[in-house]
Ligand binder design. Structure first.
Ligand SMILES: [Zn+2]
Length: 123
């Protein structure tokens, strides 16, 4: 099995499916981020606006766990997805879902350094 974008050879547990394409983790995250930041500005806008309308700023209005993940990233300045999964005892899809919300609310963002992708505070 190979990544459809960069042609890297993949093991079973390294492959991710995105819109029917098999991708390596890096390409998956690139695509996933692009879909949120570039192709999905309305979702971000809606999330930001509805939070503003509700009078919510920063980490207000998040679940306890989302807030804890946000604080974790903020305090450490950066964290890997593996660290978040381990610290909060989350499965991969659970972690992705929580991070998607934090990204939509513009609290954290992904940042690539070398081969590693970190979650960092948004601003
Ligand atoms: Zn790839």
């Amino acid at each position: 099995m190979k990544c459809k974008r960069c042609n890297r050879q993949l093991l079973d547990n390294e492959s991710y499916e995105y819109l029917g394409e098999i991708l390596c983790e890096d390409c998956y995250i690139d695509k996933y981020q692009a879909s949120i930041t570039a192709c999905d500005p309305l979702a971000v806008h809606a999330a930001t606006r509805s939070r503003k309308k509700l009078g919510l700023e920063g980490a207000q209005g998040l679940t306890d766990q989302q807030r804890a993940i946000y604080e974790f990233v903020k305090n450490r300045k950066r964290a890997t997805r593996a660290e978040i999964m381990q610290t909060f005892n989350l499965s991969e899809p659970q972690m992705q879902a929580q991070l998607a919300i934090l990204r939509h609310c513009q609290l954290v963002k992904g940042q690539k350094e070398g081969n590693q992708i970190y979650l960092v505070p948004f601003s």
